[in-house]
Design a protein around this ligand. Structure first.
Ligand code: ATP
Length: 494
């Protein structure tokens, strides 16, 4: 099995991620995070929040509503521009995003198998058209023209469902369409815009001075043409974004600071530094509002692909919302000299650097990066392949599993009382008394529990436990207190 298949299967088997609505046949590209997935996601979000907000003087948090005034999305350009080029293959009917296909020279010769009725899969030859790509499914160059497909999810706000006013047997009247449009609101496709429209409230209420940042994490929704690679690209996902407002002229410096900073954050919690890289966008890739951008990329099983974007957005968004709302979204620095007038006191639109990360994409990337195999000896002396998730202890759902060797003779009671005591120091633990000890070790290796702590009959007498290291399988017998220390100290290392 390839790595991706193994990780997807592990996610379901061990309670990280389940298909949404599975008992009704599943809803494609929607996922539910199971008990261990909730913990892993929460741990990633916490490490991000610690690093971006709590450990800094000049970044503050926000938790905005998912549905905002529709004019937010008109001003930001999402209503008119947030679309992807949808292309249909005229041969196999596959539907895909034109901008994500590898480019081929127009006029170059390609071959594909015809799906036309009567053709019986016959091999055909033809030339790549002006599109500069072919169908990713069958290789055919005969494609529809790209059509703009809006990624915005819409819903309706109001006491009367506007769809109920439309009679399915007659074409809707203009009045019915206008009514429908007037009640249309959008599920946010990114968390970022709230930080721009609340810029003044946050800056004033907190007395912030430029440079400063506003961060939030939460759900975003995109009606993607192609959902792919499990949770890598889905229609409902979570983002962790920060808008960093800085003085005009300093944006290059801050872009370089934030892109390096974010890269090293991933490298700190991942295992293989070389699987992460920064890639500068060339000018043809830049969004219309951006003057420079780096992608933090990860080497996924299908190749290098995006994990996070760090973009220099200029003052596009503050300008757009100032114009759209008539609010004065600028900043006044009483001490700085205005370069235009030469007078002290400068009012300007701050420039913005945006590190925009996908929480659920980071979830996938940390699982892929942690998946490890080694040759090991089972408790019965048999040599076989061993799987373990080499998750950083701060990411691991459980920091330790306490495993009583037997459910009787007071071992279960002792295990629970150790668990109760150790939880007081903030450790997330589980007491696991079922199955053979070998199966329990294997299960906790697979879910990334850094330590397995075995309680045996001797523990009742000498107050020692055996601590087994997930990665090395090395075991040491130590007093209760020392075992607790080993676990807490592992959270401070690295
Ligand atoms: P992509 O090129 O992969 O479509 P993007 O450039 O549109 O991503 P941004 O708008 O910059 O992405 O969003 C910031 C981050 O949010 C991305 O780097 C990614 O981690 C995450 N993200 C974006 N779209 C999705 C999605 N459909 N599913 C999961 N995560 C997503």
């Amino acid at each position: 099995m390839d790595l991706m298949t193994k990780v997807v299967s592990l996610c379901k088997r061990r309670g990280f991620v389940f298909q949404s609505s599975e008992i009704y046949g599943g809803l494609k590209s929607f996922y539910d995070y199971g008990p261990l997935g909730v913990d892993l996601k929460k741990n990633i979000a916490k490490l991000w929040w610690d690093d971006m907000v709590d450990n800094r003087e000049n970044v503050v948090g926000l938790d905005s509503s998912i549905i905002m005034h529709p004019r937010v999305w008109q001003s930001s350009g999402h209503v008119s521009n947030f679309s992807d080029p949808l292309v249909d293959c005229l041969n196999c009917k596959a539907r895909f995003r034109g901008d994500k296909q590898p480019s081929l020279a127009p006029g170059s010769t390609v071959t594909w198998r015809s799906k036309a009725s009567g053709d019986n899969n016959v091999l055909k030859t033809g030339q790549v058209g002006d599109h500069g790509y072919v169908c990713p499914e069958c290789g055919c160059p005969h494609l529809s023209q790209p059509r703009d497909f809006s990624g915005l999810f819409k819903t309706f706000l109001g006491a009367v469902d506007p769809l109920s006013c439309i009679n399915p047997s007659t074409p809707p009247s203009q009045a019915a369409i206008d009514h429908l449009l007037s009640q249309t609101v959008y599920l946010r496709p990114e968390t970022a815009q709230a930080m721009f429209i609340q810029f003044l409230n946050v800056q004033k209420s907190m007395g912030l001075k430029v440079p400063f940042g506003i961060a939030q994490h939460g759900k975003s929704f995109r009606n993607e043409i192609v959902v792919e690679h499990f949770i890598f690209r889905s229609c409902e996902f979570e983002q962790m974004e920060m808008e960093f407002f800085c003085e005009p002229g300093t944006e290059k410096e801050w872009l370089s600071y934030w892109s390096e900073n974010r890269l090293s954050w991933y490298q700190k919690y991942g295992n293989h530094r070389d699987n992460f890289r920064l890639r500068a966008h060339d000018s043809s890739e830049l969004a219309h509002y951006s003057d420079a951008c780096y992608d933090i990329e990860y080497q996924y099983p299908w190749g290098w692909d995006e994990l996070e974007g760090v973009a220099s957005r200029g003052d596009y968004d503050l300008h757009a919302h100032s114009q759209g709302s008539k609010a004065k979204l600028s900043y006044f620095d009483p001490k700085k000299t205005d370069p235009a007038t030469g007078k002290v006191g400068w009012r300007y639109m701050p420039k913005v650097i945006e590190p925009a990360a996908g929480l659920t994409r980071a979830f996938l990337c940390f699982l892929l990066d942690a998946y490890s195999e080694s040759r090991g000896v089972t408790s019965t002396g048999e040599e076989k392949n061993r799987f373990f998730l080499n998750l950083h202890p701060l990411l691991a759902p459980y920091k330790a599993a306490i495993l009583p060797l037997s459910k009787d003779d007071g071992l279960m009671t002792l295990a629970h009382s150790l668990g109760k005591e150790w939880r007081k120091s903030g450790l997330k633990l589980t007491v696991d008394g079922y199955q053979s000890i070998g199966k329990r070790y294997a299960k906790h290796d697979e879910i990334g529990t850094p330590y397995a702590v075995t309680v045996d009959h001797q523990s009742l007498v000498d107050h020692h436990v055996t601590v087994r290291n997930r990665n090395t399988t090395h075991q040491v017998r130590v007093p209760f207190k020392q075992a607790q220390l080993m676990i807490t100290e592992s959270l401070e290392r690295r």
